[in-house]
Design a protein around this ligand. Structure first.
Ligand code: NAD
Length: 339
C-alpha cells in the first residue's frame, strides 16, 4: 500500500491530535518529528520508529518526507511553509490559514505555483454533528438568519495568543475560525459585515494582551439574510453552537448533537452525539487520510488553503470594520486580491 511519509513539527500542544491522526491514518507513515521540546520529540520519535530533529529547518531540509504537518504558534508558520514549498513538500497545517488575508494568499499561491497540496485543519467539517447539519441544510428552506456562538474561558496567560504580531488576532481569528468556517460552509460568504471587538475583560494583565478577547460580527447576505458571530474566550459557560433559521425550519448544532425543528419548535429530526465521535483521534485520522489521498490523486483537498481564503476574507473584513467602525465586504476583499 502506498504511504505518504509525513514529518510533523509541533507535537506539544494541539499537534498531538494531528499526530494521533497521522498514526491512525492507514496511508500515512510518521517518519520525522520536531518540537521546541527536543526530548519530547525524541521520545515520540523513538516510540514510532521515526527520526527526531533539533530544529524545524533541519527537519524540512533533511528529513525523508513527502509532506509536512504543522501545529505551531501562528507567526512561526510562514517561513516554514516557504521552506516546504522550496523543497517540494505538500503541507497540512492547523487552522487558521494565516494571521491575515494577505499572508494567507501568499502561502496559497506559493504552494499552488509548485502544484503542491495545501490543507487546513478545520476539524468541525469532519465531525459527525456538523456533517449532519450540512446534509440537512436543504430542509430548512430559505435561510434568513444564521447564528454562530463560541464561548469559553482561556487562561490565565494567553502567551503568544495575546500578541497581535505573533497571533494575528484573538478570539475571532483563533477559536472563532471554526465558527467562521461553519458559516461559510453552511450559508456562504456574507456580502457585508459590521463588527465590534474588544479586550477589556481582563484589566491589568501583566502579559501581552493586544488581541480581541470578545468580538461580535453582524453579517448580511445579498438576498437579505442576516446573522451574527459571537466569539469570546474569557468567560463561561462554555458553549459552541450554530443555529440556522430558514423558511421551513431551524437547525441547531452543539456539543450534544444536531436537531432540526419546525418553525413552530417541534423536533423533526435529531442526531445525538457522543463526545468521542466529535473530538476523538478518528476525526483527525479521517482528515489526514483525505489529505494523503489528495496528494496521491492530485485532487484539491476539502478545506484547501484556497478555500480557506474565504474564512480569512470574512475575518479580515470583521477586523477592519471593528477598527474603522464601518461595514466592510468580505467578498470584495476576496475579489480585490484576485483570489
Ligand atoms: N483545531 C483546533 O481545534 C485547535 C485547537 C488548538 C489550537 N489549534 C491550532 O494549533 C496551532 C498550535 O496551537 P497550540 O495551542 O498547540 O500552541 P502551543 O503554544 O501549545 O505550541 C505548540 C507547539 O509549538 C512549538 N512552540 C511553541 N512556542 C514556540 C516558540 N517560541 N518557538 C518555537 N516553537 C514553539 C512547540 O513545539 C509546541 O509544542 C495553532 O495554529 C492553533 O490555532 C487548533
Amino acid at each position: 500500500m502506498e504511504k505518504l511519509r509525513g514529518g510533523i513539527i509541533g507535537i506539544g500542544g494541539f499537534g498531538r491530535m494531528t499526530l494521533a491522526g497521522m498514526i491512525e491514518a492507514p496511508s500515512v507513515l510518521v517518519t520525522a518529528i520536531a518540537d521546541y521540546d527536543y526530548e519530547l520529540a525524541q521520545a515520540k520519535a523513538q516510540e514510532l520508529g521515526a527520526k527526531a530533529y533539533r530544529t524545524y529547518e533541519d527537519l524540512i531540509e533533511k528529513a525523508e518526507i513527502d509532506a509536512l504537518f504543522l501545529a505551531l504558534p501562528h507567526h512561526l508558520y510562514p517561513p516554514l511553509v516557504r521552506l516546504a514549498a522550496e523543497r517540494g513538500l505538500h503541507v497540512y497545517k492547523e487552522k487558521p490559514l494565516a494571521r491575515n488575508f494577505q499572508e494567507g494568499l501568499e502561502l496559497v499561491e506559493l504552494l499552488e505555483r509548485k502544484n503542491l497540496r495545501f490543507m487546513i485543519g478545520t476539524q468541525r467539517r469532519w465531525t459527525p454533528g456538523f456533517r449532519t447539519m450540512k446534509e440537512w441544510m436543504p430542509e430548512v428552506g430559505q435561510v434568513f438568519l444564521a447564528r454562530g456562538q463560541y464561548v469559553f474561558c482561556w487562561g490565565p496567560d494567553f502567551r503568544w495568543r495575546g500578541s497581535l504580531e505573533q497571533s494575528g488576532g484573538g478570539a475571532l481569528l483563533d477559536m472563532g475560525y471554526h465558527t467562521v468556517d461553519m458559516i461559510n460552509w453552511l450559508v456562504g460568504l456574507p456580502d457585508e459585515v459590521y463588527a465590534a471587538a474588544s479586550n477589556i475583560a481582563r484589566p491589568n494583565t501583566p502579559y501581552p494582551y493586544e488581541t480581541d478577547d470578545t468580538a461580535v460580527t453582524l453579517m448580511r447576505w445579498k438576498n437579505g439574510a442576516m446573522g451574527y458571530l459571537l466569539t469570546c474566550w474569557v468567560s463561561s459557560p462554555a458553549e459552541e453552537r450554530a443555529l440556522i433559521h430558514g423558511s421551513e425550519g431551524t437547525l441547531v448544532a452543539d456539543w450534544e448533537g444536531v436537531t432540526l425543528y419546525t418553525p413552530q419548535g417541534e423536533v423533526r429530526r435529531q442526531h445525538k452525539l457522543d463526545r468521542e465521535s466529535a473530538t476523538g483521534a478518528g476525526i483527525y485520522a479521517a482528515m489526514v487520510e483525505h489529505f494523503a489521498q489528495c496528494v496521491f490523486s492530485g485532487k484539491e483537498p476539502e478545506c484547501s488553503g484556497r478555500e480557506n481564503l474565504r474564512n480569512m476574507a470574512l475575518i479580515e473584513a470583521a477586523y477592519r470594520s471593528a477598527k474603522l467602525h464601518l461595514p466592510q465586504s468580505p467578498a470584495q476583499i476576496l475579489s480585490q486580491q484576485g483570489a
